[in-house]
Design a binder for this molecule. Structure first.
Ligand SMILES: [Zn+2]
Length: 304
């Protein structure tokens, strides 16, 4: 049995940091691991000094002998200050979003967004070609930007990034802030519609049984029909699984546990812990205020 060509996690993490989270040649954040000293086929082991993080394209060129061992060693020790540049290639007309165990359906006819106190944290918008593109803002607890997504472009703020992982096949991206107080993880899949519809139907039944405990609950009554509208031309349902821990001005939102945990004490509101099940394509909105001061929308999840 031969060892895995993928180095262990702690080596990968150091190799990513070494190149400041992007290919040292072209700055793509979608990284692979090039064993150049010794080459992988010579000893099937991970000598960290002889491995460099490269994108798959530059990796192939390095395999073909484009660079000497010394040039690769020089690239490993080079101080790189340019941020990585890349783009999520996901092209969908509609998508099912798993957000803290709540499921939202976004279709091009309806723009999807997550806004807290009028601050947009996440949004899917239609581009000129009719595809949904992702916008997102990840702030740390000092309200400094860690990462932004702008129409699928990955814009990173290197001073505030602890780790940035973009898989070579571009199916997943995850970023953690330097202080470990903010994170975003997005995973893209094309799922089997039968399995997805069955799983969500089970969730729907379970959620109805538990509905008395739910703080927030909206269940699409015509789930099957709505989900079927998402099936793409290859007969899959595009799915994005999202986990975030973000500190916006006056609020924080955390979906790394169960449900959606919102802390809005900075805005003068109580803690809001949304552990109910939401499933559908309508918006989930919460208004705070009173008759005298007037109500204002402070949470908005879902379609416009
Ligand atoms: Zn490259």
């Amino acid at each position: 049995m031969t060892a895995s060509q993928t180095p262990p996690a702690e080596i990968r993490s150091r190799l990513r940091k070494e190149v400041n989270f992007g290919c040292p040649i072209c700055r793509s954040p979608f990284l692979t691991w090039h064993h150049f000293d010794p080459p992988w086929h010579k000893c099937y082991s991970h000598n960290e000094e002889g491995i460099i993080a490269l994108c798959s394209n530059c990796h192939r060129q390095a395999d073909g002998g484009a660079y000497t061992r010394q040039q690769l060693r020089d690239l490993k020790s080079k101080q790189i200050s340019d941020p990585p540049l890349g783009m999520l290639p996901w092209q969908v007309n509609g998508v099912l979003i798993d957000f803290g165990g709540n499921y939202f359906i976004a279709r091009t006819s309806k723009v999807f967004s997550i806004r807290i106190a009028n601050q947009e944290v996440f949004a899917l918008r239609m581009d000129d070609y009719g595809y949904l593109k992702i916008d997102a803002c990840i702030w740390n607890s000092r309200n400094e930007l860690v990462l932004r997504l702008e129409e699928n472009d990955i814009i990173s703020y290197l001073d505030n990034i602890g780790d940035l992982i973009c898989t070579a096949q571009a199916k997943a991206i995850s970023v953690v802030s330097k202080q470990n107080d903010a994170r975003l993880s997005l995973r893209f899949d094309r799922s089997d519609p039968d399995v997805t519809i069955l799983n969500l139907s089970k969730l729907l039944t379970k959620s109805r049984l538990e509905s008395a405990q739910n703080i927030v609950s909206y269940i699409d009554r015509d789930l099957k029909h709505t989900l079927k509208a998402l099936i793409d031309t290859d007969k899959f349902i595009p799915t994005i699984t999202m986990e975030i821990r973000v500190h916006g001005p006056g609020f924080s939102i955390d979906t790394s546990g169960k449900g959606i945990l919102l802390d809005m004490t900075g805005l003068g509101y109580d803690l809001a812990n949304l552990t109910g099940k939401f499933l559908g394509e309508h918006a989930l909105k919460i208004n705070y205020g009173d008759e005298k001061a007037g109500y204002r929308e402070i949470i908005h999840f879902g379609s416009e």
